[in-house]
Each structure stands twice: as structure tokens, then as C-alpha cells.
Write a new protein. Structure first.
Length: 541
């Protein structure tokens, strides 16, 4: 029997990944236990139960008849175990210093507790030969008992690159959108630990039709207090469209789908660099161990100026990224060849004294991420005429603080979607120049909504409702205009309203055919003269 020991949520996730070596083999029985002595143990038992596992209480675990102990935590108490114990890496090698609760100092993450280093039954499974040399400087005997097996997660991510389109589709991205992944490890020197407002600022600076932002947050951050607290901290960013990747799965697929990565000294950043993503490094990185792959990456990756122009930095990083920029840095973190699952299988079956299965173990691609995401209901909309009948439009999530001024020559207005699904910010709603209703409804009902909305929102200039294939836009003091897409392509209410708003501000007739350029997409829109009521020039209220 194999006893699988998890100490934190992170350890449990990686442990479940590694147990793929026994998939389909009825000879190997596996029992789980949770060492709940860590400050980050929250959520661990619940995760196992979601997988149909009922963990054995940690005090009883040593009483079980066990042939092999498998763990991804170097910090468990191994007292009482006489069978082989294998410690698997739960990150990319020995890359960073972490607090040592025993001495109140620091220790290198991944190195077992000093009292167990001489145990002859303790074995380390390593991802790279460099890690053996690093381990040798700590304890030569343990290094001699270590086995380099490779990085199973790295190989699954690499094998999943062919599914990039599927992951992007699952995340709700279209072909014209760039996905910016934001990855933060845990602790005060991490990316979010040093700048918790970064997701909000990033969303406020990136036009939503051209960009989406996904946050990959270390499980220790999720469970230091509880998951509710993290969602609370990121609440406004989530309302603005932030994609929040759950802690148990999805981050690898999100990296495959991404076009740029804002990261720190955590392992996820190294995985992103190994995918040849453009990387901008934030956080202090003071926990990085010198001479490691993380330290090498910090020397070559551009730094993120969190107080600077975020849009310009993301664009510059993406367009100026040479192929293979981080190849040398990540070469000391990951081995290539795709043999990790085979080598880990060989090690564990040898220790169990069992013949390996006849059917070889095979790498499985990553499942699509089951993320949390919503759409922004309050938007700052920039409009400018690129030609007589061509309107440029950029849209940004709005927050309860002043928006930055648009570039010269552009108009800006605040638009809010009236919805009961997730609620809208009441202050922003009453400040908005444009109120829209995206819920499809018959023409007569849409007309009723328009008239009622003009009364409900006395501060608005226009209100727009979905009606049949198009929209009805009620303009205060000017009547109602019918807006129709020129083709069968979808035209949303915010975009249709932006055209009417730009015509009003430019004191142009509310009629004609126009081209709307939103991000990299262009679509036609027609304001039919016969559907326009009271279009004679007049003062704008």
C-alpha cells in the first residue's frame, strides 16, 4: 500500500498529479492523510474529498500497513515510518527561501527537515540534475540517494500546447484578444503581496476588446485566511472582468492560452518562460536563491514598473520579445525529452518491489480551466472619428475612482449595463451618460423600457435597449433612433450607443451608414432615416 501524505493544498494538488503513475493498476492501493500542522492546511482535506477521497487522520496514519510513503512536502514529521519515503518537488526545484517555523529564520523550500537528512529510507525525486548538485551542498548523502525524474507538470504543459485554441475558446477569448496572465506566489514580496491593486490597474489600462486578464494566485494566498477573503480583495477586479483561475487546476492551461505573463519569483513564472511567453517581472524577488533558474530569469526578463504605463509595457514586452529569450534561464529548471512519467514510474515501482505495468504510462494533456469570470457592467468608452464614417472605439472597465484622460482628440463617456444578475455600482450608474439594457425584447417593450429609463436616470444623455436584431436608443430631448447592424454579426448595446453618443457630441445627424472599429474588429452599423424621430438639430441636454 502507498500512503500519500499532503500537508497543504499545494502539496495535495501536486500529489494527485504524481499519482497518475499508478493509474489503472489494481495492485497498488493508495490511502491519503493530511498533516494539518501547517498554517496553510486549509482546504486540503476538502480538496481530497472533492476527488472522492476520505483521508485518514494524521495521528492514525503511522498505524497503517504501508509499503511506501509518498509526499510532496519536505516538512512532514517522518518519525515512525520505516518504509521508503519519497519526497517529490511541489515547485520548480530549490528556488526560494521560505520562513522556517522551527528556527524563526529562513530555509530553502524543498529541503527536508535537518533531523531526517541522514535517514537511509528517505529518497528525493528531483526535476533536474542541477538540483542534485544544489542538494549536495546541503547534504551529500541525501543527494546520493536522490533520483532525477524530470518535471511531470512541465511535460503536461508542453504536451498541451496543441490545445491552445481550445483553452482560449473555453476562457471566452476571441481571435482578436490578447490574454495577459498575472501570476503571484505567496508572501509580502510576491507580485500581489507588494501591489494588491495591480489587477484593477491593469484592467483599467487595457482596452477590454483587445485584452483579457487572468489571475493565477498561489494556493497559500487562497487559504491563508480562506478563499472568500481573496475573492473579497479582488472583488472590484472580478466585477471588471478579471478571470480568476481556481487554485486546484487550470493555471497550466491558462499559461498555454496566454500571450504575455506578468509574474514574480514563483514557479508558475518559470513555467511561463519555458513556454516562451513574454514575461514582465514584478515583486521584490528577495526570496530567490542565488544561482537558480529563477535568479537567471530575473537577470534577463524585463522588470514591470507597476506605477508606469501598464498598457505600453505589455505591448512593448509582447512585440519586442525575441524567440528563445529565456531558453538558457529555464534550461536549468526543466529537462526535455518527455520522460518524467516513465522515470517516476520506474522509481516508485522499484521501491514497491513490483514489476512495472505492461502498458506504459502516457502523458495526458491538461483539462480546460474551470475559471471564475464575469463581464464588466460599467465602462469608460473612448470614441474618435478615424474617417468621416469610421468611428474608432475603445472600452475600459470603470472603477469608483476617476478615469485617466483619453488621448487628445478622443471623447470619453461612462456607460453602464442595467442588469440584475450581478448588480451594478449605484454611484457609477447615476453618473453614467449612457445606460443600456442588453436583454433581448420585442420592439414595443424595448420602446417602453427606453421611455421609463429616461425617467429613472435623469443624469443620462441616452439610454439604449436591445430590440429584435438591433437597438432602440432614446436620446434625451431628441427622440428615439433605431440602430441596426449592417450584417448578421453581433452588435452590442455599448458599441451601438457609442456611435449615437459620438454623433450627438459632434452635432451630426443621427442617420447614415457607419463602420465601427472596436479593437481589431470592424463592423457596419446603420441608422435608418425612416426610423429616426425628431432628428432636427437642437441643443444637447
Amino acid at each position: 500500500m502507498v500512503l500519500a501524505v499532503a500537508r497543504t493544498f499545494t502539496h495535495a494538488v501536486v500529489l494527485l498529479e504524481a499519482l497518475a503513475v499508478f493509474r489503472g493498476d489494481p495492485r497498488v492501493q493508495i490511502r491519503f492523510t493530511c498533516d494539518d500542522t501547517s498554517a496553510f492546511h486549509r482546504g486540503t482535506a476538502e480538496l481530497l474529498r472533492r476527488h472522492g477521497i476520505e483521508p485518514v487522520a494524521w495521528p492514525r496514519a503511522r498505524e497503517l500497513p504501508t509499503d511506501l510513503v509518498l509526499t510532496t512536502s519536505e516538512n512532514i514529521d517522518l518519525t515512525g515510518f520505516s518504509v521508503p519515503v519519497v519526497v517529490l518537488p511541489h515547485g520548480v526545484g530549490f528556488q526560494k527561501y521560505v520562513p522556517d517555523t522551527g528556527s524563526r529564520g529562513r530555509r530553502i523550500s524543498g529541503i527536508p527537515r535537518p533531523e531526517f537528512l541522514d535517514w537511509s529510507n528517505l529518497r528525493m525525486a528531483l526535476a533536474h540534475p542541477v538540483h542534485r548538485e544544489q542538494l549536495r551542498t546541503v547534504h551529500s548523502g541525501l543527494a546520493a540517494r536522490a533520483t532525477v525524474v524530470g518535471d511531470l507538470l512541465h511535460e503536461r504543459i508542453q504536451a498541451s500546447r496543441r490545445l491552445r485554441w481550445h483553452y482560449r475558446s473555453h476562457l471566452g477569448l476571441d481571435d482578436s484578444q490578447h490574454l495577459v496572465a498575472l501570476s503571484s506566489t505567496w508572501g509580502p514580496s510576491s507580485l500581489l503581496g507588494s501591489r494588491p491593486d495591480l489587477p484593477e490597474r491593469l484592467l483599467a489600462h487595457l482596452p477590454m476588446d483587445g485584452y483579457r486578464v487572468a489571475a493565477i494566485v498561489h494556493p497559500n494566498t487562497w487559504f491563508w485566511h480562506d478563499a472568500w477573503q481573496l475573492r473579497q480583495i479582488l472583488g472590484r477586479a472580478r466585477d471588471a472582468g478579471l478571470i480568476l483561475v481556481p487554485p486546484e487546476a487550470g493555471w497550466g492551461a491558462t499559461l498555454v492560452a496566454a500571450d504575455c505573463l506578468l509574474g514574480d519569483h514563483g514557479s508558475v513564472t518559470l513555467h511561463g518562460a519555458a513556454l516562451d511567453l513574454p514575461v514582465l517581472l514584478g515583486g521584490s524577488g528577495k526570496e530567490t536563491v542565488p544561482g537558480t533558474a529563477s535568479a537567471s530569469l530575473a537577470e534577463v526578463a524585463p522588470r514591470l514598473d507597476t506605477d508606469g504605463d501598464l498598457r505600453h509595457q505589455v505591448t512593448a514586452a509582447s512585440t519586442g520579445h525575441p524567440t528563445g529569450r529565456f531558453r538558457e534561464a529555464t534550461a536549468s529548471a526543466f529537462t526535455e525529452g518527455g520522460a518524467a512519467l516513465h522515470q517516476l514510474t520506474e522509481l516508485l515501482y522499484e521501491l514497491l518491489r513490483l514489476p512495472q505495468p505492461v502498458q506504459p504510462r502516457t502523458i495526458r494533456t491538461l483539462p480546460a480551466p474551470a475559471v471564475e469570470a464575469s463581464s464588466a457592467c460599467a465602462l469608460h468608452v473612448h470614441t474618435w472619428w478615424q474617417d468621416t464614417d469610421v468611428l474608432g472605439i475603445e472600452r475600459f472597465p470603470a472603477f469608483p475612482y476617476p478615469a485617466s484622460d483619453p488621448p487628445g482628440g478622443r471623447l470619453q463617456h461612462l456607460a453602464v449595463v442595467e442588469t440584475a444578475e450581478m448588480g451594478t455600482d449605484d454611484t457609477l450608474t447615476h453618473l453614467a451618460s449612457v445606460i443600456v439594457c442588453e436583454e433581448p425584447q420585442p420592439l414595443d417593450r424595448a420602446g417602453h423600457w427606453v421611455r421609463a429609463a429616461l425617467d429613472r436616470y435623469p443624469g443620462s444623455l441616452l439610454v439604449t435597449a436591445a430590440a429584435d436584431r438591433g437597438y432602440l436608443a432614446g436620446v434625451r430631448g431628441r427622440g428615439v433612433v433605431r440602430c441596426m447592424p449592417a450584417t448578421t454579426a453581433h452588435l452590442d448595446a455599448i458599441t451601438a450607443s457609442a456611435l449615437v453618443y459620438a454623433l450627438l457630441r459632434g452635432r451630426r445627424p443621427l442617420a447614415g451608414s457607419f463602420r465601427l472599429r472596436v479593437g481589431e474588429r470592424e463592423q457596419g452599423c446603420t441608422l435608418s432615416p425612416e426610423n429616426v424621430v425628431h432628428t432636427s438639430p437642437g441643443p444637447l441636454d
